[in-house]
Design a protein around this ligand. Structure first.
Ligand SMILES: *Cc1c(COP(=O)(O)O)cnc(C)c1O
Length: 472
């Protein structure tokens, strides 16, 4: 067994896999039955005998790769999971091999420094001050802060824990007070409601705000919503804006919401898990106009930044707010010490922590920030073109004009027809798309993550849908 040989074999298999997926050689998705997969991969025999290396590894890899959903296939348009740049995958490999659990600086100076650097890079894209070491304690604008977590859901929980510690600092010791409510849009991601559950708020304390026809929060209805909160003797834990929504990719009007929250002293959390990447583009960053008014922002690199799962950032305008999210003692880790770096452990649910910054950094350093911005623009533009094309098709209708790289549309007919069409498509394996509920109707949903997907793929998809419709 040799690391070098096996890594070379793996790289060769992945390279072939990548080229074939890009050419569309294989179905984009195939779902053999679980028992069949366990048998085909000979899992039991391999565990019994060991020795997965060399030729055995090559054989296993071929069979394993055949079971995969091919994200690098241009017909992959289903979910908001990055089509990773290989540089990010190399980052994950290096991190996995060195295994520097960098929540404390002494366990990974390079990994922790890179996370510090990447968080600062993201903070500056938001328009917040980067953190310095040691922190500057100048008056005026606070230094921002952040941490990378395993996913936007955990990141949302972390941000709302920070919000809770500002509104109700006693919560850590005494438990969550009964009078806190969370103001959210009906289009907010389900992880927000889950965070409310985990933080001990309860779902009844998650209050929905009024939205317009595209599902965006109506800022002029916010005073009435706040008046209701006060009339019922409640306090606002945070107001959550979404940028952009998961289902249809629409941005809440962040500036107007932010101005309201600032005037009323409310914590504004912006869930930008998918859409914050628009901040990289001079042309698209107006989608999040006013985001600097927020208190916290979640931004997933494993969605629009071509980074392998998972790599999500929790960012806060005032870094101290995040330090107070988890007030807790673990003296062997948290003792005051002279050190040349920074410990992220205070800021995160996780204790043993992966060096997630390397994945994003290596993508950034491969493509350059301008290259990554061009990718985001390309995908957003493709959605606009696809929408315009679909609008011209008399037998299809669209949900809403896209603001990101997500397009929702339906074949004229029932909700059942949409579900049937998607099931058939996936069964055939030529296209992989999703569906969503929006304004009480079922839509087919495209999320353009793949830099190789073109308008021609959308046209071929429409043709395939027509054929399936005709077959009934
Ligand atoms: C995807 C998404 C999430 C969840 O992020 P994960 O990284 O999948 O946990 C949260 N909010 C929004 C708006 C999202 O699009």
């Amino acid at each position: 067994m040799s690391f070098l040989t096996d890594t070379e074999l793996t790289a060769k298999a992945l390279d072939e896999y990548y080229e074939r997926a890009r050419r569309g050689d294989h179905p984009v998705i195939a779902q053999p039955a679980l028992g069949q997969v366990v048998a085909d991969l000979e899992l039991e025999r391999l565990v019994r005998e060991g020795g997965l290396s060399g030729d055995a590894l090559t054989a296993f890899l071929q069979r394993y790769l055949d079971t995969t959903t091919r994200l690098h296939h241009p017909a992959y348009m289903a979910h908001q999971v990055a089509v990773p740049h290989y540089a990010g995958a190399l980052g994950a490999l290096i991190d996995g091999f060195t295994n520097n659990a960098m929540a404390i600086y002494e366990m990974g100076a390079g990994a922790a420094s890179i996370e510090f650097f990447v968080v600062n890079w993201l903070l500056q894209k938001v328009g917040w001050l980067p953190a310095s070491l040691p922190p500057r304690s100048a008056g005026g604008m606070p230094e921002g802060g952040g941490v990378l977590t395993h996913g936007g859901s955990l990141a949302n929980l972390t941000a709302l824990a920070a919000a809770r510690s500002r509104v109700a600092p006693e919560a850590w010791d005494e438990g969550t007070p009964r009078d806190l409510v969370l103001l959210v849009s009906p289009e907010s991601h389900y992880s927000i409601a889950r965070a409310a559950g985990i933080l001990g708020l309860g779902q009844k304390q998650v209050w929905q705000l009024e939205v317009d026809g595209r599902g965006a929060i109506l800022p002029d209805r916010l005073p009435a919503a706040l008046a209701r909160v006060k009339a019922e003797g409640k306090r606002v834990l945070a107001l959550v804006a979404t940028a952009c929504s998961t289902a249809v990719g629409q941005y809440d009007p962040v500036r107007e919401i932010g101005q309201f929250c600032r005037a009323e002293g409310l914590w504004l959390h912006v869930d930008g898990a998918h859409g914050a990447s628009a901040l990289l583009s001079a042309r698209l960053r107006s989608r999040l106009d006013g985001v600097e008014l927020a208190d916290s922002l979640v931004w997933d690199a494993h969605k629009m930044l071509r980074t392998p799962t998972l790599c999500a950032a929790v960012l806060v305008r005032d870094g101290q707010m995040l330090d107070r999210a988890f007030e807790q003692e673990a003296s062997y880790l948290f003792h005051e010490k002279e050190q040349p770096g920074y410990d992220f452990i205070h800021r995160t649910v996780e204790c043993t922590k992966a060096g997630l910054g390397l994945r994003l950094f290596m993508v950034l350093a491969a493509l350059g920030e301008a290259g990554l911005a061009r990718y985001v623009e390309r995908q957003f533009d493709l959605a606009a073109e696809a929408h315009a094309y679909l609008e011209q098709q008399p037998d299809f209708e669209t949900a809403v004009r896209p603001q990101a790289n997500i397009v929702c549309f339906r074949a004229r007919g029932t909700d059942e027809l949409q579900l049937h069409l998607r099931d058939q498509l996936i069964c055939d394996g030529d296209f992989y798309i999703s569906t969503t509920d929006f304004n009480g109707r079922r839509y087919l949903r495209l999320s353009f993550m793949n830099p190789d997907t073109t308008l021609d793929d959308v046209k071929r998809l429409v043709a395939a849908l027509r054929k399936l419709s005709a077959e009934g």
